[in-house]
Design a protein around this ligand. Structure first.
Ligand SMILES: [Fe+2]
Length: 153
């Protein structure tokens, strides 16, 4: 079913989240969806990609940087979840968060993923891609309490 590489699968998920960001700008109540997507995304990206890249001396710095950025983003996600949405500062906070997130996503897509594609074999990239698609569907459906999307097949 899935012949997608891990970096392509992660980039697709980045784009899904970029669409969600546009939704949230119109409707703040959608924020929780983005938080759930990012929680699942960070966890799987670290388990299926960064953990391997952290062992490669050429990619390690970039990979560890990505991991540290996840840490910062996770703190901001928690702050946004706690902060009252009816306070006008919420949207300002959200926009600052989006700037940092966008920087992070582009950096991964432009620097980290091309390096990962060089370092990992085609077979490894596809196996991790398949695992990502499966685990993402499972964990998101648990987090959102909905059925996995039919489009995954
Ligand atoms: Fe990512």
């Amino acid at each position: 079913m899935n012949e997608i590489t891990i970096t392509k699968a992660l980039t697709n998920h980045h784009n899904e989240m970029r669409d969600l960001i546009e939704e949230i700008k119109k409707d703040k109540s959608q924020y929780i969806l983005l938080k759930k997507h990012l929680d699942v995304h960070h966890e799987l990206e670290e388990d299926l990609l960064l953990r391997i890249l952290n062992n490669n001396k050429d990619v390690k710095d970039e990979s560890l940087e990505s991991q540290e950025e996840h840490f910062v983003l996770n703190m901001l996600l928690l702050d946004l979840a706690d902060f009252p949405k009816n306070n006008p500062r919420w949207m300002i906070k959200f926009k600052v968060f989006v700037e940092i997130l966008e920087h992070h996503l582009s950096e991964e897509e432009e620097d980290l993923f091309p390096e990962a594609e060089e370092y990992l074999s085609e077979k490894q990239q596809k196996e991790s891609g398949k695992q990502f698609q499966e685990l993402k569907a499972q964990r998101l459906s648990a987090a959102l309490e909905t059925k996995p999307q039919e489009s995954m097949h």
